[in-house]
Write a protein that binds this ligand. Structure first.
Ligand code: ADP
Length: 365
């Protein structure tokens, strides 16, 4: 796995159980996954020679982020390396303009969009689709960085950007599917993702009160995208629920924050599923282990010493599961998550929230 963040770190656990030897490419030995994975190689994912050296002897190469240059993935494939997802698929998670063009072509529901490179072009787009306009960096954005909601042409930040009509959504949903090189596909239940300041803070599984028809439709859309784009491994499809139906926001082709709940909440975690898919093994059951599962992210607060609050959280609710990523605490940084499961959504949500808020701030909710 190229990249050694928390996604690679959490992939190690099912790799142990499956007997898969996981190798990661880290930038430095103190990265999240590098701290726990024996076969950690240090190198630069932007350097083809480093990638080639890293890939030597691997049965399959996959990623914990989207930033490996597309041309390097081509080169590895040309060397005969089994890269999953391949460059043809991954480019849709790397480049938002390519993604919009392709999704529009295959009939997936998208907001109106256009590539713009001047304030005048933003105005012209707004004349057709109204203000505000959502502008996005075409490559490299994450956690809402690289997204601007603008109400006048003067706010155009410059550069070549993707303009999208502002979608008046009711809530944000995500669908996680897996597809293997054989073409086997599975979908996890549709979840609701709750964002604050562009960062996901909470995931509710399954999305509460979602019309079963809409849930099935969301899963069909995600599976169709996986098939039409030739995705191998996991595909997370972020969607907006609107009064007029579902709209696709963006794609990720790797384990995703909206799927962390599956570690305890599904028969097969997303991390195991990704390993199975990229190794072309039969996929595992995505069935839930409880009626409701809530995951809350731990975002670093002002007090870096969160570990002193461990004991309270464990003693207060022995059913809550705590995950730390081995990262230094910095305000706003995703440093871990907690998961609660149970039969009553409000109770499960309150339990996860209590643990997350107490761990990060010391406040007692
Ligand atoms: P990132 O790649 O940084 O995660 P996203 O494309 O997911 O960026 O956008 C971040 C957030 O901005 C979304 O979660 C959503 O809340 C908001 N957003 C994005 N696109 C639109 C849109 N077309 N209309 C309304 N809100 C949007």
């Amino acid at each position: 796995m190229v990249g050694a963040g928390q996604l690679a770190r959490m992939t190690q656990q099912p790799a142990i159980a499956l007997g898969v030897e996981l190798r990661v490419l880290a930038n430095s030995p103190d990265e999240s996954a590098a701290r726990v994975i024996v076969d950690t190689r240090i190198g630069d994912y932007r350097d083809l020679a480093d990638l080639r050296e890293f890939a030597r002897g691997c049965d399959a190469v996959t990623f914990d982020h989207e930033h490996v240059p597309t041309e390097h993935i081509w080169a590895l494939a040309a060397d005969g390396v089994a890269v999953h997802p391949g460059a043809d698929a991954l480019v849709h998670a790397q480049d938002k303009a390519v993604m919009r063009e392709r999704l529009t072509a295959i009939g997936a529901p998208c907001p109106a969009w256009r590539v713009v490179s001047s304030a005048d072009e933003v105005s012209a787009f707004a004349e057709e689709h109204g203000w505000p306009v959502v502008l996005k960096a075409i490559r490299g954005g994450y956690d809402g960085r690289g997204v601007w909601v603008v109400r006048t042409p003067e706010e155009f930040p410059g550069g070549e950007l993707l303009a999208e009509a502002f979608v008046p959504f009711q809530r944000e949903l995500a669908v996680l599917v897996a597809r293997s090189p054989h073409g086997q596909g599975v979908s996890y239940p549709v979840v609701e993702t709750v964002q604050e300041d562009g960062i996901c803070v909470e995931v509710l599984a399954p999305a509460p009160g979602l019309d079963p028809e809409d849930a099935a439709q969301a899963q069909r859309i995600a599976l169709k995208i996986a098939e039409d784009l030739g995705v191998t491994g996991l595909l997370a499809v972020e969607m907006f629920e609107t009064a007029d139906g579902l709209v696709v926001n963006e794609l990720a082709m790797r384990p995703h924050n909206s799927g962390h709940w599956t570690i305890e909440g599904a028969t097969t975690s997303q991390f195991e599923q990704h390993l199975r898919a990229v190794l072309d093994l039969p996929l595992g059951s995505p069935a839930m282990t409880a009626p409701y599962v809530v995951m809350a992210n731990l975002l670093g607060g002002d007090d870096p010493d969160i570990f002193k609050r461990y004991e309270h959280v464990m003693a207060h609710d022995p059913g809550v599961k705590v995950h730390f990523y081995g990262k230094d605490v910095r305000p706003g940084r995703k440093i871990g998550h907690v998961t609660a499961t149970g039969a009553d959504l409000d109770t499960v949500r309150a339990r996860a929230k209590h643990a997350a808020v107490y761990l990060t701030t010391g406040e007692y909710t």
